[in-house]
Design a protein. Structure first.
Length: 203
């Protein structure tokens, strides 16, 4: 959407968190009708029945929330599927609103852009809707994905990253010899004693 245009009631979400909030609303409508008797039923996704798909969905939400340090309550399997999902998804989204979309987050031993992780909830909602045979707004989803891809492209530029101290800094390639000479001179000016205490941590 052009920045000169004001958003209308049917405009796609403006960022990943807006998209995730919208996806949660769609997901809540999808799971609202699930009753206890439905849990053993097969879904259109041959890998899951309703109970297994619920477990898969809650695990995904829990992982996404954990990345943003969400304060997630223990799962209560006596509650309805809708209540279980809201109990996990609401604090997850609240944590992401506090965290924001800038920078990188740790996913296991690896780093990932925060914006991408925040957008995963909408992907999960789409898959859940498909597994239940419910419609999903493909046009809004495509607009959201284009927005994410554009943001990732812009935020992956070296100057963008180094300006926010996401790396150790970059130098003008023309200054490589000078900087390397200074570094070697600094290293050579002190005796080699090995490591004392901890090494260098990348923050």
């Amino acid at each position: 959407m052009s920045p000169d245009l004001r958003p209308g009631p049917d405009s796609p979400p403006t960022d990943e968190l807006d998209s995730a909030e919208t996806a949660l609303g769609v997901l809540q409508q999808v799971v609202h009708t699930i009753a206890a008797d439905d849990m053993s039923r097969q879904t259109p996704c041959t890998e899951f029945n309703v109970a297994e798909l619920t477990d898969h969905l809650l695990n995904s939400i829990t992982v996404i929330g954990g990345v943003a340090d969400a304060d997630l309550p223990p799962r209560d399997e006596t509650e309805s599927v809708e209540q279980q999902i809201i109990a996990a998804a609401r604090p997850t989204l609240d944590a992401w609103h506090r965290h924001g979309l800038n920078g990188m987050v740790m996913v296991g031993p690896n780093e990932a852009p925060a914006a991408v992780m925040a957008g995963v909830l909408s992907i999960v909602a789409r898959q859940s809707a498909q597994a239940r045979g419910e419609p999903f707004d493909e046009e809004a989803d495509a607009a959201m994905r284009a927005l994410v891809e554009g943001q990732i492209e812009a935020e992956s530029m070296p100057l963008y990253l180094t300006a926010r101290l996401y790396d150790d800094g970059i130098i003008d390639p023309r200054d490589t010899r000078t900087v390397l000479g200074i570094a070697l001179s600094a290293v050579h000016s002190a005796p080699v004693e090995g490591r004392r205490g901890f090494g260098v941590f990348r923050m």
